[in-house]
Structure formats: structure tokens, C-alpha cells
Ligand binder design. Sequence first.
Ligand code: FES
Ligand code: FES
Length: 159
Amino acid sequence: MASIAFTVNARSVEVTADGDTPLLDVLRNHLGLTGTRFGCGLEQCGSCMVLIDGLPEKSCRKALSTVAGKSIMTIEGLGTPSDPHPLQQAFIDLQAGQCGYCLPGILISARALLDRNKAPTRAEIASALDDNICRCGSHHRILRAVAQAAARMREEAPP
Ligand code: FES
Ligand code: FES
């Protein structure tokens, strides 16, 4: 057992657990952040995606010990029902999901893309979401929603 300190959604936390515990388990079971989803558990589907120091990473096999001192963002840190992030609003507006299971991971990957590229092409959006599987096949609406969010963010914060 070890005590590992890091931040989640700008909040400092310290978790005492085996250092090999998957970060996903820590987020969901120790910290109650159940928005990040367990899909395959094999780093294949992207439903467990979080930002670690600003970069999208799968959390299902990421050892707790490797995130000491790091800054993590989960879907709970993106927006709230009363104050949704433009990505979340665009997904709602376009009804981009069906079951929604994949969406937390997709929104996190999309957020990482828009952090580094304010005007991504459709191909760049598709490439950024390459590691995220949507079993419902909502890919076309998902791509449109990310593009719509990017456009709205450019309108709200012109360069
Ligand atoms: S649950 Fe982590 S990639 Fe599928
Ligand atoms: S909306 Fe169902 S898996 Fe993507």
C-alpha cells in the first residue's frame, strides 16, 4: 500500500492503495467519480479516457503509482449540467450519442484536440478520436458535434 497524492479536476487528493491499482478503479471506487467508464479493460476502447497533465490517456491499466504529482481531468471536470462545456452542449444539440456509454471518453479526447487545435478538419477530428470506439455507430454525428463545438468556441473567443 502507498499514499499517492495528485489532483483531480483541480482538487488535491491523496489515495492510499496498492500502487498497481488501475487509475480507473481509483477514480470510480475511491473517489466516486463514476463518469469515467469501464469498457474493455484492455486499453482498446477508450471509454476510460482521462486527461493526465493535459494529454488523453486510458486509465483502465494505468497504475496509480504513475500519476503521483500529476494533474488529472475526468469528464466531471469538463462541465456541469447547468454550465456545460461547448462540446457537451454540441453533443446535446445534435443528439450525437445513442446509449452514451462511449461519450465521456470521446468528450475527453475531443477536449484534448480542441486544446491544441482550435479549427480541426474532419480528418483531424476523426484521427483524434481514433482510440475511442462507439459501439452504437454514432460516428458521423460525433464528428459533426466536435466540429460544431470548435466553431462555437472560436466565435466566443476569437483569436
Ligand atoms: S476500458 Fe480502458 S480502453 Fe477500454
Ligand atoms: S453512443 Fe453508444 S457506444 Fe457510443
